[in-house]
Design a binder for this molecule. Sequence first.
Ligand code: GUN
Length: 295
Amino acid sequence: MLIIDGKKVSLVMKEELKTSVESYRSITGKVPGLTVIIVGSDPASQVYVRNKAKTCKEIGMNSSVIEMPEDTPEAHLLEVIASLNADPAVHGILVQQPLPKQIDEFAVTMAIDPEKDVDGFHPENLGKLVMGELDKCFVSCTPYGILELIGRYGIETSGKHCVVIGRSNIVGKPMANLMLQKLKESNCTVTVCHSATKDIASHTRQADILIAAIGRAKFVTADMVKPGAVVIDVGINRIEDPTTKSGTRLVGDVDYEAISATASAMTPVPGGVGPMTIAMLLKNTLHSFERANGL
Ligand code: GUN
């Protein structure tokens, strides 16, 4: 069984991005800049945001984190976004989700300049993705990272049946649409399963490529997977495990131990899809910088 090592690929990508940032700095005297906004104190979000800022610095990009209190009014957040839209030193704006109840996530998505929407959440970017204009849009980082892994590992996809479990705007919907495109990393027949799908196993068992983005620990069991399938696990779920020092452990949406006996290739958790998400965010920020500077 081939282990699709996202940690290793993300390290290679970070070196590639660092080289690009350095060469652009010597040509233009400028570097790409990413601003991340976090509203409230969700502990998981804080870890993600810190990691994003740290990785930016590692590759020589500018990064700043704007922290706002849990009770921030929507209008204030929208004003801050407007000022970042107008700031030429900011090439990427990311508002960490989930947001507190008083803030409408769609209004926030709409407020970000599509040219700086390195999350790829704006309808202009998502719409271009659906139309196959990938070089003219930002692609949502997790699906984009999965496509990058498929490409770098040379996984055969054309004409294969890809089953995506999950229909979120961040992962499931863009992922399914990417796998449908006429790209060398996709060109699949695609099925999307979700919480109302009847007899999910009857669908997943037909998958040559199975992408699980459900958010439930070990949801995909061995009997749901066709022997020889490629299994991509997007889940990051913290479960109790008294044998570890912290008393908890991260697991995916897939029962890795059981399925690794029959799958042909799999992403582990951690160290699979997760590290790729940040790498693609930086790639999107670099692209934004390139477009802004005509590079
Ligand atoms: N929350 C979890 N994943 C993401 C992401 O990729 N972008 C944003 N903005 N929020 C998230």
